[in-house]
Design a binder for this molecule. Structure first.
Ligand code: B12
Ligand code: SF4
Length: 498
């Protein structure tokens, strides 16, 4: 029996960690998760747990924050092993360069790889042949083992383990519970890691699928298992790329969810695969709000650069149907992608005005090496390597652009341009001004209202969540130190509704 501590700096219930924890517990190990904002003395809390293994979940840019803690934990617990998983080490073995800190990485889905690794460390066996694992060989060379197939049947996994998260009063007492019904995505947008995941994680063998859904029965049982212990939740937010992942699933869901669970919910949808009957089913099931990625108002940028797959026809067809069935909807938008001009970005404003969403989330384009477009950006020298903008896609651009100031300001003032009468000419002038806090406060206010009221997450919960992640999500970078702001630290994933 090993003791495994997951260390996290974002105040959120992580589906990946929940499932890893459940799998380890199912096999006799002891697990817990530690969120920086929720602990009085983070170092001591983890130390008191006496872990044998520390697991770090890392997106790119968010891998280094626990290193100073780990140095101290390793001094106090000389046998301690550290593994890093998640999107960053799945595409980059660079963390293995942190000799004395990271002992191994895991690429892709980690349920059984982590179990094998923990078992091997516990019994002092070699980790060299464990599929998915990355390690330093005896010459110090970084080796990535081939990966095993992704979990084929999500129902074969134990229910995600919420206890390590709901031990925290803030997470268990908030209004909205975070849940996942699926893995994968129908799209392969070039700015998102999903495209390369599909290529690298799926061998092409018959029966192997990247897009998978939990059965409706499993999902309802999972929910009722959680609610039996944590009855306070008033609403569910599905973090999936799209709840309409598999044809036919929504109809069964609409039959069973209201009877067996009965909580209202918000979710993301894929508008290419959404028809009126799906919208009726969503409504019937208790959906109150959906979110989808428009990303760019320019059809050229959306289809050719981002390969989003949504034509203008679809973009204009779905919103009236959502309004007809009284579902509120929010769009996700990106500012400052490669080949996108300021006029294209104002086209994104205009399309939003036309399709009348109840809210617009706006992120700044960031080139990740784990994406098709990001790799192209680095190869073609479009990224300003001298700029350290931290991991966020909320506050600044690291692209080489002459109009960077305008792009960053437009992201902050986007909602004013969309919702204020005469907003576009006003914002066209304002974006030439230096960055300032007023612009950030404006963005924050819209975001807060849209999350809290439109999507139903609750004013106080949403405010507190923002504050917690403001303090804890990111390590300050050189530039953040210069102009630290609450908004920069809001934690919003692309197409992942908060
Ligand atoms: C839901 C979601 C969110 C949610 C929840 C966060 C989360 N990561 O779970 C919220 C809204 C909070 C969010 C925020 C952000 N997100 Co987000 N998010 C997603 C999304 C859509 C699904 C993630 C998910 O739950 N999948 C289902 C679970 C079961 O899979 P999983 O999390 O990958 O976990 C498996 C493995 O990764 C691994 N694993 C997970 N944890 C651990 C831990 C250890 C120790 C080990 C060994 C393995 C391991 O095993 C798990 C089970 O198989 C993905 C896109 C995608 N489809 O993957 C983007 C994605 C992860 N997000 C991304 C980004 C950029 C962000 C933000 C940085 C955005 C920002 N604010 O600037 C923040 C970062 C916050 C954070 N700490 O994660 C990027 C990461 C890209 C990269 N290369 O780093 C992704 C890949 C989308 C993209 N643009 O490509 N996000
Ligand atoms: S951005 Fe969203 S829709 Fe596009 S591939 Fe990623 S998860 Fe899917």
């Amino acid at each position: 029996m090993a003791r495994v501590a997951f260390v996290l700096t974002t105040c959120h219930e992580f589906e990946g960690v929940k499932v890893l924890s459940a799998t380890l517990r199912q096999h006799g190990h002891v697990t817990d998760a530690f969120i920086t904002s929720e602990e009085q003395d983070y170092y001591q809390s983890v130390l008191d747990f006496e872990p044998d293994v520390i697991g770090i979940y890392a997106t790119t840019g968010q891998e280094k924050w626990p290193y100073p803690y780990i140095r101290r934990w390793k001094q106090a617990l000389p046998h301690l092993k550290v593994v890093m998983g998640g999107p960053h080490p799945s595409h980059d073995l660079e963390p293995l360069g942190e000799v004395g800190i990271v002992d191994a990485t895991i690429k892709a889905e980690a349920e059984y790889a982590l179990l094998d690794l923990v078992n091997a460390w516990e019994s002092n066996n070699s980790i060299e042949f464990i599929p998915n694992v990355g390690f330093r060989d005896s010459n110090g060379v970084h080796v990535q083992n081939p990966i095993r197939p992704v979990v084929g049947d999500l129902d074969s996994l134990p229910f995600p383990d919420v206890d390590p998260f709901y031990k925290y009063p803030f997470l268990r007492n908030k209004r909205v519970m975070q849940v996942h019904a699926s893995r994968g995505c129908q799209n392969s947008c070039t700015y998102c890691s999903v495209g390369l995941m599909k290529k690298e994680w799926i061998s092409g063998k018959k029966g192997e699928k990247f897009n998978r859904v939990k059965s409706v029965d499993y999902l309802c049982e999972e929910m009722n298992d959680i609610r039996a212990r944590y009855p306070g939740f008033r609403m569910v937010n599905f973090g999936d790329a799209a709840l309409n992942m598999e044809s036919g699933w929504l109809s069964e869901f609409a039959d069973k969810w209201p009877v067996r669970v009965g909580l209202p919910f918000a979710c993301n949808v894929n508008i290419n695969h959404l028809d009126e009957q799906d919208i009726v089913n969503l409504k019937r099931a208790g959906c109150v709000s959906v979110q989808f990625g428009l990303e760019s108002g320019s059809e050229h940028v959306r289809l050719k650069i981002y390969k989003k797959g949504y034509t203008d026809e679809v973009v204009y067809k779905i919103p009236p149907l959502l309004r007809k069935h009284k579902l509120t909807y929010r769009t996700n938008n990106i500012m400052g992608g490669p080949a996108e001009t300021l006029d294209d970005m104002f086209e994104t404003v205009r399309v939003n005005k036309r399709i009348k969403p109840n809210g617009c989330t706006v992120l700044i384009y960031r080139a990740f090496r784990s994406t098709v477009l990001g790799q192209e950006d680095y190869a073609l020298g479009r990224v300003d390597l001298s700029r350290d903008i931290g991991p966020s896609i909320q506050h600044d651009s690291h692209m080489k652009r002459d109009d960077r100031r305008e792009v960053v300001n437009l992201q902050k003032l986007f909602n004013i341009a969309v919702y204020l009468p005469g907003g576009i000419p006003l914002v066209r002038r304002l974006i030439r001004l230096p960055h300032n806090r007023l612009f950030q406060v404006s963005q924050l206010s819209f975001l807060w209202y849209q999350h809290a009221v439109v999507s139903g997450y609750g004013m106080l919960d949403d405010f507190l969540l923002g504050l917690k992640n403001a303090a804890q999500v990111l390590q300050p970078t050189r530039e953040q130190k210069k102009r630290e702001s609450f908004l920069d630290h809001m934690d919003i994933g692309p197409d992942a509704a908060l």
